[in-house]
Design a protein around this ligand. Structure first.
Ligand code: FEO
Length: 404
């Protein structure tokens, strides 16, 4: 792979990880990912972000195709998570930069992560401007998008926004630009990334989008640190509009039924819940947690407005994959959902009630009573599940109407 031109004097010099399947435990990445770093060549030579630790050689090869790494004057660290800063000690050792820029919160964390003795680290304030010759770079803090240290860097003259994790996607391809890729696949990757990583910070996303509008910043290119780069007006509008929609989390007329069965009874209840949703004309997806990663549920929730949980009871608890799912969902703080629960048991049967309580603690509107089945689900219990699905569907229709 070669450096890729974004604008005269600005190149992508990052790395593509085609084989990554676990995106640092946030989500699965079946399409791989990339660690995008960028080089700006002006009176000062500036490296914007770096790469994960095992891609040092690739980064240096790409930089070296343009300039001797020792000529780098400035390194901008928009965010200090290891996938963007993992090679920082080796790059600093190699380049001996004149300055390393990070946010004020970045200043607090950089010395905790690395031995920065002798490093010329400079904290920049929100809105601070850096002249590098013919160009000026403005730093904008984006705290908690998605770390306290996060910021973005904007090159005024070229209208390029280096957005770090924001607007990323887990996509590995030999192409670098969104307009060279299929939009439906891109949208799926954007939703997966947003819902499993950015979702809890949605209020900040909305504030940041409003701020960009208020500042009237013209943007030709949005260059994130993961995945493909947005460079056409249509693609830039698409990603900004998509992020607003993701952040608003308006409920959609579709339900997710996630379940974990022990001997099949809870699964038969899940099918009946699906029938009830279908009776009311609400599309749904069934996700068996024994065969799917927790991130698959959050991915599907991006297009839904209801989360229905089913689990057998084991040792007075929901099954372990269901417990993991609830922990994952709770941490991501999804909004505006309707929910319900069900499950089969042999002995005590606490799981449906516990799942309903957990959903309520996530501010999900829980409707209907949890449906329980003692040993195999009999006709009356399957009928109750079908009615539960229909109840959720009716509540969801009302919720969707309220947001219309
Ligand atoms: Fe891509 Fe938060 O690191």
């Amino acid at each position: 792979m070669q450096p890729v031109l974004l604008k005269p004097g600005i190149h992508w010099v990052g790395a593509v990880d085609f084989n990554l399947r676990n995106f640092h435990h946030y989500s699965r990445s079946p399409e791989g990912s990339t660690y995008n770093a960028y080089l700006i060549q002006d009176d000062k030579t500036v490296l914007v972000d770096t790469v994960s630790h095992h891609y040092f050689d690739e980064l240096v090869t790409h930089i070296s195709a343009l300039v001797e790494p020792q000529k780098i004057d400035y390194i901008i660290c928009n965010h200090l998570e290891q996938d963007h800063a993992g090679v920082l000690p080796r790059i600093v050792e190699l380049c001996k930069p004149e300055k390393i820029f990070c946010s004020t919160m970045g200043l607090k964390s950089i010395s905790r992560q690395f031995n920065t003795e002798g490093w010329p680290v400079v904290a920049v304030k929100d809105g601070e401007r850096l002249n590098i010759g013919k160009r000026n770079i403005t730093f904008l803090e984006t705290r908690m998008l998605h770390w306290p240290d996060s910021m973005v860097s904007y090159v005024e003259e070229d209208r390029v926004l280096f957005s770090n994790d924001a607007f990323g996607q887990n996509v590995a391809t030999s192409r670098r630009f969104v307009d060279e890729y299929e939009r439906p696949l891109l949208l799926r990757a954007m939703k997966d990334y947003y819902n499993n990583i950015v979702l809890p910070y949605s209020p900040m996303v909305l504030k940041t989008l409003d701020r960009v509008v208020q500042l009237g910043i013209p943007i030709d290119i949005i260059a994130p640190d993961h995945g493909l780069i947005f460079r056409t007006p249509d693609d830039i509008k698409f990603v900004l509009d998509s992020y607003r929609a993701f952040a608003e989390q308006k409920p959609k007329l579709r339900a997710v039924v996630a379940y974990e069965s022990m001997w099949g009874a809870t699964e038969s209840m899940a099918f009946a819940v699906g029938d009830g949703l279908d009776d009311e004309g609400v599309p749904y997806v069934l996700i068996d947690m024994q065969h799917n990663h927790v991130s698959a549920v959050m991915n599907e929730l991006a297009d839904s407005g209801a989360l229905i949980l089913g689990s057998a009871t084991r040792n007075n608890m929901p099954m372990v994959n269901m417990v993991a799912l609830m922990a994952h969902v709770k941490g991501l703080k999804p909004q505006n959902l309707v929910g319900a629960s069900f499950g089969a048991h042999g002995w005590s049967g606490e799981a449906p009630r516990m799942m309903a309580e957990e959903l309520a603690s996530m501010k999900v509107d829980v409707v209907g009573e949890p449906v329980r089945a003692h040993f195999g689900a009999k006709a009356e219990e399957l009928a109750a599940c079908r009615e539960l699905g229909a109840t959720v569907a009716r509540a969801l229709k009302e919720k969707v109407k309220a947001f219309a």
